[in-house]
Design a protein around this ligand. Structure first.
Ligand code: NOJ
Length: 515
């Protein structure tokens, strides 16, 4: 098809989130690492994704699984070396895969030399690199839900942290901090990385008056509500820097405010984020009404300003897709059809392509102080234990049904989740309508969600049945079922019925399949 408008790469791809400590273990110490990931790049290529986002691999005391960084330009020995990272970038690029790093600007580790200096004395030159006050206010931190202020006995003041006390917040009002963090970006861009996922970027600007949160927000943590104009100024600076590099480097922000309208503001006037995560669909229960509203809201808020949406239904902080929908594989399959056919750039969290469920941890095996271990379990590669993790027992228990859900077990199984993801990604690759076309909702039974994707002569229709009963879906014209989430009726003419918990991707009959 030659109709495709020229588009920057990040609008045209599906991005895969790698959680390195659970992806693949190269040295047998029970923790996934960069050599392990390099060894599995062909798996990702065969899956059909085009870019990887790597959760943090920097040196860290690991109080928050690497989101507490003590050296922004190094690699923690747990994951390998800088040479391994260079190797990853070049091996990925050789396969046509882009690599995005995780950039964590809001806070460092309390072990970072900057903070060690800052807390050393009130007149230390780095004192103002962090946020120190004589009195705390009522702001609440995430992860442990405690106060966002911790008393420092040595220097007799409180420091601010929106997350754990081991994660002090940087003071982005200090120009030296801005310069130091810009240098961090330059360091990785110069090494050839294709962009960044930016951790809680809406948190970097703080209310300069440090006013108490009003009582109506009592119990909310700052990450859910912090929304200050200064964060936008910081972002414009990051964007200017990144735009000076060739190759369409990209900034994808984690804006954790549960309002799509507020999220849209972080795209600025095309001078802030290229894309932002938007969490309402990730929180949504299995309910067509909720999804319909979430999607309409994205189309309305982002459409108005021509901002390009992202779609993510899970990540390392939340339950896996299948667990959120009550363990149902049928629902997880239907959700995959939706995730990979909406307008925008989809993100697959590692292991969702295997329909993994959250792992169960006990008091003995629990690692994360925030109780988020469930979705972080190691990927099972082979059916036989230890599932491709030879050596030490992995750092978290495998997810349920690891043998049946292992990559090896799903690879050649006709009705496997892995096979469904591969088919969907191939169809997406073949269809400009799916990748970059516009989105229009179609009238349907209330238990169905139906929409049309369209780009010049190319067109697809998607219909998702949220119900356990089948429903009719009338369409004008002749349509072929290109993908069915349960394989039922696939490659046959669509007869106007969508089965229980089934999702179908339809193409007009008569359009030759290009592959
Ligand atoms: C969001 C990250 O996704 C999460 O894992 C982390 O705990 C917080 N930001 C703090 O960095």
């Amino acid at each position: 098809m030659s109709v495709e408008p020229h588009l920057t790469w990040w609008k045209n791809v599906v991005i895969y989130q790698v959680y390195p400590r659970s992806f693949a273990d190269g040295n047998g110490d029970g923790v996934g690492d960069l050599p392990g990931l390099i060894g599995r790049l062909d798996y990702l290529k065969a899956l059909g994704v085009s870019a990887l986002w790597l959760s943090p691999v920097y040196p860290s005391p690991m109080c928050d699984a690497g989101y507490d960084i003590c050296d922004y330009t190094g690699i923690d020995p747990l994951f390998g070396s800088l040479a391994d990272l260079d190797q990853l970038v070049s091996q990925a690029h050789n396969r046509g895969l882009k690599v995005l790093m995780d950039f964590v600007p809001n806070h460092t580790s309390d072990q970072h030399p900057w903070f060690v200096e800052s807390r050393a004395s009130r007149d230390n030159p780095k004192r103002d690199w962090y946020i120190w006050r004589d009195q705390p206010n009522n702001w609440r931190a995430s992860i442990d839900g405690g106060s966002a202020w911790t008393w420092d006995e040595g220097s007799q003041q409180y420091y601010l942290h929106f997350f754990l006390p081991q994660q002090p917040d940087l003071n982005w009002h200090n120009p030296q901090v801005v310069e130091a963090m810009h240098n961090v970006l330059r360091f990785w861009l110069d090494r050839g990385v294709d962009g960044f996922r930016i951790d809680v970027v809406h948190c970097v600007g703080k209310d300069p008056s440090f006013a108490d949160d009003p009582r109506c927000l009592a119990g909310e943590t700052m990450v859910q509500i912090n929304d200050q104009p200064y964060s936008h100024e910081v972002l414009r600076g990051l964007r200017r820097l990144v735009d000076r590099y060739p190759g369409d480097r990209v900034l994808i922000g984690e804006v954790n405010i549960r309002s799509t309208a507020r999220v849209a503001a972080y795209y600025g006037a095309s001078d802030e984020l290229h894309m932002s995560f938007n969490f309402p669909p990730l929180d949504a229960p299995w309910d067509p009404v909720v999804f319909r509203l979430c999607i309409r809201e994205v189309e309305r808020c982002l459409g108005e300003q021509q901002a390009w949406p992202t779609w993510a239904l899970s990540n390392h902080d939340n339950s896996r897709i299948r667990s959120r929908y009550g363990g149902s594989r049928a629902k997880a399959h239907a959700a995959a059809v939706m995730l990979l056919s909406l307008r925008g750039t989809p993100f697959i969290f590692q292991g969702d392509e295997l329909a993994l469920e959250d792992t169960q941890v006990t008091a003995q095996t629990r690692v994360d102080p925030g109780g988020r271990d469930g979705s972080r379990a190691p990927l099972p590669w082979t059916a036989q234990p230890p599932h491709g993790w030879t050596g030490k027992t992995p750092w978290l228990p495998f997810p349920p049904d690891a043998a049946a859900l292992a990559v090896q077990a799903q690879e050649n199984a006709n009705d496997s989740t892995l096979n469904l993801y591969r088919r969907l990604l191939r169809c997406r690759q073949d269809s400009p309508a799916l990748r970059v076309g516009d989105w229009t909702e179609l009238p349907s039974h209330p238990q169905l969600l139906a929409y049309r994707r369209h780009c010049e002569e190319d067109e697809r229709i998607v219909c998702i049945n949220f119900d356990e009963a089948e429903h009719t879906f009338a369409l004008v014209g002749d349509w072929l079922i290109e993908v069915a989430s349960d394989r039922h009726g696939e490659n046959r003419p669509f007869a106007g019925i969508v089965g229980p918990l089934q999702a179908v991707l339809l193409r007009p009959t008569g359009v030759a399949h290009e592959r």
